[in-house]
Structure formats: C-alpha cells, structure tokens
Ligand binder design. Structure first.
Ligand code: F6R
Length: 606
C-alpha cells in the first residue's frame, strides 16, 4: 500500500510522474511529489487528492531542469483522503514520503512536542517533524538513525534535506524499497514495476541500512556506519509487460497472457517425464520428511492455496491446513519442524503473509514460498522460493497470478506424491500430459469471450449473484466470486452446493443470477440436483460445464462450454471463463476495471 519513488537524474519531474503511474496500483487516494532544480534552493511540492493524472495538471509544464525528487501515491491509513494528508510532507529542512504505518506516532508527537509543526493528520508528518528536530545541519544519516530508532511500526522512507542538494536518503523496516541505477539515473521505488523501464537489474535495500544516493552514485551503510554489500536481482521480463498491449485495461491483457505464462512455467519446471523443482533436489528430499502441510495466504493467493490443498490430499495423501494469513498470525495452529509451510503471494510483500511466514520459521517449519516478484520480502525469509514469473501484474484484480500459483501447486503436489511413493510413473506421465494441455484449453476459453460477454451483460444491474459447485468447482468459484465482487461491486458469494439447503438457499428467488459449475464428473449428478433445486425456485442459472456435456444442458440452461480435460485440470479453463465474465461486467458498468474502489495491489498494512 502506497507507492514511493525517488529519482536523481535529468528530467526528474517527468520520470517521477511516470514512475508514480506505474506504482499507482499500490494506492490511488492521493498523489504528490517534491522536485528540486540543479543545486538551487528548496524543492517544490505538488500534491493533491486523486490520481497521478490529477497531479499532472498541477505541476509546471516547463519542467526539464528538475534533477532530483521524491514522489508518492497513497492508500490512506492515518488521516482521511484530502490534499493536506497527501505526501510528501515537509517540516523545516526535511521533506519525505512514507509507505507503512508508524504505530507510536501519537506518543512521539506528545513526547517531543511536535504538534505545532503539523498540518496534516498523518503519522508520516510526525516522523518528518521528529527528523527535523534531530537534524542539526551536520549529519543527515545520524539524524535518520536516531529517528528510526524511536519508531514502532513499518516504514519505507525516501527523504530529502533542504541543505543537501542532489541527494536522497532512504531507510526501511518491513516495507520495501528497491534501487536501480543506470549511467544517468538512480531510481528508488516501492517495487520493481517502476524500474523495468530503465533496467532489469535492481537490489532490495536491506532493513537496518541507510542508502545515500547522489548524482555520482550511492552508498549503503549499516547503523554502525559500515558499508554494506548489495545483492543484485535480475529479471527477464520484457519492458512491453508494462503497457496495455492494445487492450483497454491491464486486466484484459493479463487474462489473455495466461496461456503463455502457463507455458513458461511448464518449460521451467518440466523435463520430458519429470518435474524438476530445482535446488539440486534438496527440496525434493525435504518433501519426504514432514507430516503436516500448512498453506497460508490472502485473497486470491489463498484461493490458489485451496486448490493446492485438494491436490496434496489427492496426490500426496496429506491433510492440509489452509489459513488466511491474517488469522494464522494470531491462531494456535500447530506448526513445527515437521511442518511444510507454504506461503503464496503475487507481490511477496503482503504483510500478513510475511508475518505468517516469520511465525512459521520461528516454529522451525520448512518454509516454501510461491511468489511472482523476485527479491521480494517473503523470498528473503523462505527456505525455498518457487517463482511463477508471470511478469508484472498491474491490474489490482489478480488473474495470471492465480493461475500460475495454482499451477505451481500442481507441480508441488505431484512431486510430493512421487517422492512419497504415492504416485507411480504412469500417474505422473498422465498428469504431465494433462498439464501440457492447459495452455490450449485456456486459449479455447479466451476465444469464447464474446459469448461470455453476452451472458455478462445480463447481470450488470444485479445486486447479488451466487456461485455454486462441489469439490474443486467450489474452490474455483470462491475465486470467481471474489473477482466479480471486487471489480463490479456486485455482491457475489460462492457456496458449496451441498450447503445450500443448510441456509443459503433462502437467498434464491425469482431471477436471482446463479453461476453453477459442474465440471467434476464424479460429482456431476449430485451437483446437478442442487442446480435443479435452485432453478425450481426461480434462479437464472448459467452453467459451467465440460463441452462433452454441453448439448445435454443447452435446452435448459445458458451454458459456458469448457474444454474437456480430466477433472483436476478443469480449474484452469473454469477460472478463466469467470475472469472474462467479471471483467465484462465491470467494463460494461463503466467502472475503472484496473483500479477498483478502496483497494490497492500490495497490502503492506495488517
Ligand atoms: C484479488 C487480489 C488480492 C490478492 C491479495 C494477496 O484480486 O489480488 O486478493 O490476492 O491481496 O496479495 P499477494 O498475492 O500479493 O500476497
């Protein structure tokens, strides 16, 4: 939550604005920046409630001579959404931007009598005032160190001092800062999305260090003033991943990227007849040892974990706990040295998931992370990280992250089944040939976008929509319902079909829209009985079914036919159909598909 940026180099204003646009998915309540000209005077601050596009209207049009600056795009935590609470905040000589939450800001305000310096309601401005108080004009790093030692909470600060031209300082705890350099520029950012335009190489600033960036380069020191080495991360994403590629929204582009994302993972992890998870077989060996599995994540990533749980049960014969990271942190779930703990996260920065992994690590569990962003915080805690390498996911609603995370679970569960002698070579061969069909199956669903669009049009005025299914269908529908509600604002819930009669069926009346999935052949007759029960009560049903059965249902229901894969693999075409459906509902309602209200792409507050 919140995107922060620092830039030293020519055309700083334009570069900061472009960078903020790329970070805007982290929060879009307000935007602001502070820029200064060659060695001259104090920086100029521009900030406002609203989007980066609103900020663009405020900044000077002739702007080429700014060569240093910081910027911020906000997801409000402390203090409402208004101009005054937008970052940067300036007190005296200090101007800074912040991502995170300072828990003891009220105590600090009182203890150091900072009230008179403050014009906003933010925790951040208190830190600016404290840093200004501690800064005596001699040593900025000393003042930063003294300040952050007083703070409780999470923070990434990018800071300028009025009397230090061409210089930016950065320090962090939990909240991330990544840094990249080119021949002409130094760029600091909350996440790599703002860096790829310049370079594919960056480093993550370590906690407990201070970065000093000038036009001549940078230094990183620990709090004892000793230089610290940085570890570079390199990605191989194309810069074109950052534009919409001709689609009206990133979400559409990301939905359509899924066949190639899946192919990429398969080519990374599959050999001719086996799964190679890497790590010189050490992870394979570890998979034989544990006796419990605990999967922890949030939102969409959690839903991928639920798919994973089904597969571990089926192929590895293991019981699995799947928990929301926010609940797990404070729960008494048993996690110990016999536990395989798996955290799933697109960003690798979700604070609850990170804290959950820290807890599991302390308890001695083997920690595996399934992540998209390389070098992210969770990867630094995990014993093993399996990357989904899906490329930047810019739309707030997750699509390609989900299918790629799910795919990694297929590979992990199959491998676990193999190393624990639950699966035979023949079982594996069959599974791999099914997995190799997935990209084309997804493409086949993408080709049906117009017919799915027609069905989506019918619900744009609906206030509620229910999704029902059994087994893996139910798990996928949970993700489908999340997709629909978060981008269309239609209240949507998934129910296990067998549970309907225990309460939820009371919600069904004439014309209630329901999406029913019946892709699991062994459950089909039971699932269909439940569909008939709600149809008898007036529900308007769209059925998700394998093509094989489409003709049987066509006369009675609107059917979205899905390619015929073995049951376990139907999760992929099924979710893609629901992603397309949700996308069109949102787009047809005229909503901002990529930036739904109140949300942010990276959730770094509990
Ligand atoms: C929904 C969505 C969120 C994220 C959740 C976890 O479309 O994107 O539910 O899945 O906030 O984020 P990561 O995967 O970054 O940990």
């Amino acid at each position: 939550m919140c995107g922060i940026i620092g830039f030293i180099g020519n055309d700083a204003l334009a570069n900061i604005l472009n960078g903020l646009e790329l970070l805007e998915y982290r929060g879009y309540d307000s935007a602001g920046l502070a820029v200064r000209r060659n060695d001259e005077g104090e920086s100029e601050i521009y900030k406002c409630q609203g989007r980066v596009s609103d900020l663009r209207k405020l900044v000077p049009s002739s702007n080429a001579d700014f060569n240093c600056g910081i910027g911020h795009t906000r997801w409000a935590t402390h203090g409402g959404v208004c101009d005054a609470n937008a970052h940067p905040h300036r007190v005296g000589k200090v101007t800074l931007v912040h991502n995170g939450i300072i828990e003891n800001y009220a105590d600090l305000k009182e203890e150091y009598e900072l009230e008179d310096y403050l014009v906003s309601e933010t925790d951040t401005e208190v830190v600016a005032a404290l840093l200004n108080k501690f800064y005596d004009g001699t040593n900025p790093k000393k003042a930063i160190k003294r300040t952050v030692k007083k703070l409780k909470g999470t923070y990434a600060f990018v800071i300028m001092f009025a009397d230090r031209p061409n210089t930016i300082y950065a320090v962090r705890n939990v909240s991330p800062i990544v840094v990249a350099t080119t021949e002409d520029n130094i760029i600091l950012s909350s996440d790599p999305a703002a860096l790829y335009k310049y370079t594919k190489e960056y480093f993550v600033l370590d906690e407990g260090t201070i970065l000093t960036a000038t036009k001549d380069g940078y230094t990183v020191e620990n709090f004892d003033e000793e230089p610290v080495d940085v570890k570079m991360t390199v990605v191989d994403w194309e810069v074109s991943s950052l534009d919409k590629g001709g689609f009206p929204y990133y979400m559409a582009k990301e939905i359509f990227e899924q066949p190639s994302c899946i192919r990429r993972i398969l080519s990374t992890y599959l050999t001719n007849d086996d799964i190679n998870l890497g790590f010189d077989g050490k992870l394979d060996e570890a998979l034989t040892r544990f006796n419990r599995i605990c999967i922890v994540a949030c939102g969409t990533a959690l839903h991928a974990g639920l798919v994973g749980a089904h597969l571990f049960k089926k192929w590895a014969g293991m019981n699995v706990d799947v928990e929301m990271a926010s609940e797990f942190i404070y729960s008494d779930t048993i996690v110990d040295e016999n536990t395989l703990f798996i955290a799933v996260s697109q960003s690798g920065e979700t604070i609850d998931t990170l804290e959950a992994m820290n807890k599991a690590k302390r308890a001695g569990a083997l920690c595996v992370a399934v992540l998209n962003v390389r070098g992210s915080s969770i990867s630094r805690v995990a014993d093993y990280t399996l990357y989904t390498d899906a490329g930047p996911e810019i739309a707030v609603a997750s699509t390609k992250a989900y299918t790629t995370q799910s795919l990694v679970f297929y590979l992990l569960a199959l491998k676990t089944g193999m190393v624990r002698n639950r699966l035979s070579k023949e079982d594996l061969a069959k599974a791999l040939s099914n997995l190799r069909l997935v990209p084309d199956a997804i493409s086949a669903v993408l080709e049906q976008k117009d017919s799915i669009h027609r069905l989506a049009k019918e619900v744009i005025t609906a206030s509620d929509l229910f999704m029902i299914g059994r087994g893996l269908d139910y798990v996928v529908l949970m993700e489908g319902a999340l997709k629909l509600k978060e981008i269309s604002y239609i209240h949507s819930e998934a129910y296990a079909s067998g549970e309907l009669k225990h309460g939820p069926i009371a919600l069904i009346s004439e014309n209630t829209p329901v999406i029913a999935a019946v892709t699991q052949e062994k459950l089909i007759s039971k699932a269909l009985s439940n569909v008939k029960e709600i149809k008898a009560r007036g529900a308007n049903v769209v059925l998700l079914a394998k093509n094989e059965f489409k003709n049987d249902f066509d006369s009675e229901y609107h059917v979205i036919g899905l390619p015929d894969l073995d049951d376990e693999y139907m999760t992929f075409p099924e979710i893609v159909a629901l992603q397309i459906y949700s996308y069109y509902v949102s787009a047809d309602k005229g909503l901002d598909v990529d930036k739904p209200r109140n949300l942010a792409k990276v959730v770094t507050v509990e």
